[in-house]
Design a protein around this ligand. Structure first.
Ligand code: SAH
Length: 367
């Protein structure tokens, strides 16, 4: 969108948010995120070009095809470990541009029985991205021949019953969070309020009770993500065997702190300025997710770092093979894999964790 148009859309959304806050009171953070991302006229998710070098942020499948290819082979191995059920639901949550699935399906051609058994289910709320996924996965588009039939869904609970292999890269971080702020030995809701001159600012909202344990130091922030509960309930409700892989950024152990981030054109920006023009996300608390999954009756493997996950799936071998097949691009291919594996970057910040039916064995590379 041209800058001037984006500015006026942001100003319109800002004014609408201020009016809504003055009428209904300050907004908890999850409602604010939802309002910026999903506003029917000026919401961020209406933008078609958000992911990739020309957009606002780049994800692992957009950096290297090795990522999607290894995930595709992983899906086939997991399916074999389930006893080769047919049909099997191959589900992706938040597929973005469809790049990971396209690369995954190309690699999975090595296991034709898996592709023959798979029906594809894309859980995606953005109409703009659904269109892009449709385009990427069309038979005939680069590397996308022999693609099984695709169905789109609003949420996981809509995916038909049956055995399922579910993958999600950078999906959980996009689900809205609430933030609780520690104040005088109690937790307050962190809210967004309107200033008299029509801007937005953070504030401490109503007290919501005392923490169960010793309260953390004043000013500490604890983040909650209700969307995970809905997702885990949908997984727990599936009676057929299922394995779900979540790859995302965030700490392995519990951590306090404000991790809300707004990203526009590959740079961090103020999450309250120019609403609707930046992607809003926050770190995934893997230990909390694991605890909630176990409480829901599911089994958990990991988390392990993305570097370890991809390394154990054979990223070095796959990269070497690609480099040999494309000598002109060898340096770029190697650099892209290194970016995914870097122990000071994505390789460590990102984690891979599996949530699955308890009767199944731990899938590779966890088991
Ligand atoms: N997995 C992709 C895209 C990550 S961005 C990649 O790695 O490139 C997050 C994706 O999740 C987008 O496709 C976004 O539209 C989708 N999404 C966000 N919230 C969602 C929700 N509640 N339900 C379904 N999809 C959602």
């Amino acid at each position: 969108m041209p800058r001037a148009k984006a500015d006026s859309a942001a100003a319109t959304l800002l004014a609408a948010l201020c009016r809504r806050i003055r009428r209904d009171g300050a907004m908890p953070l999850d409602r604010f995120m939802q309002a910026c991302l999903d506003d029917p006229v000026h919401g961020y998710r209406l933008k078609p070009q958000t992911i990739g070098a020309d957009g606002d942020f780049v994800t692992a499948p957009e950096i290297s095809q090795v990522f999607g290819e290894l995930i595709g082979l992983w899906c086939a191995v997991v399916w074999a470990g389930m006893g080769r059920p047919a049909p099997v639901r191959l589900v992706e949550l938040g597929p973005g541009r469809g790049t990971m699935l396209r690369d995954a399906l190309r690699a999975a051609k090595a296991v034709p029985q898996f592709l023959a058994a798979a029906t594809l289910h894309l859980v995606e709320t953005s109409a703009a991205l659904r269109e892009m996924q449709h385009h990427t996965l069309q038979p005939g588009s680069r590397g996308a021949d022999q693609i099984p039939r695709v169905a789109w869904h609003e949420r996981l609970a809509e995916v038909p019953a049956g055995a399922a292999v579910i993958v999600a890269n950078e999906f959980l971080d996009a689900l809205p969070i609430r933030q609780l702020l520690s104040r005088d030995g109690a937790w307050c809701e962190r809210v967004v309020e309107a200033t008299p001159d029509g801007d937005l600012r953070f504030a401490a909202g109503p007290k919501i009770g005392r923490p169960d344990e010793a309260p953390p130091p004043d000013g500490a922030i604890w983040e909650l993500r209700a969307g995970e509960d809905e997702l885990l309930a949908a997984l727990a409700a599936r009676s057929a065997p299922h394995v779900a892989l979540f790859v995302d950024y965030g700490p392995a152990g519990p951590a306090f702190g404000d991790t809300l981030q707004a990203v526009r054109r590959h740079a961090y920006v103020d999450p309250l300025a120019e609403p609707g023009t930046a992607d809003l996300t926050a770190h995934v608390q893997f230990s909390v997710l694991a605890g909630k999954a176990r409480t829901a009756g599911l089994a958990v493997d990991g988390p392990i770092s993305q570097g370890e996950f991809l390394g154990r799936l054979g990223s070095a071998e796959r990269t070497a093979r690609l480099m040999a097949a494309n000598p002109v691009r060898a340096a770029a291919i190697e650099a892209a894999t290194q970016r995914l594996m870097s122990p000071t970057g994505m390789g460590q910040l990102f984690k891979a964790m599996v949530v699955r039916s308890p009767e199944l064995p731990s899938p590779p590379p966890f088991g």
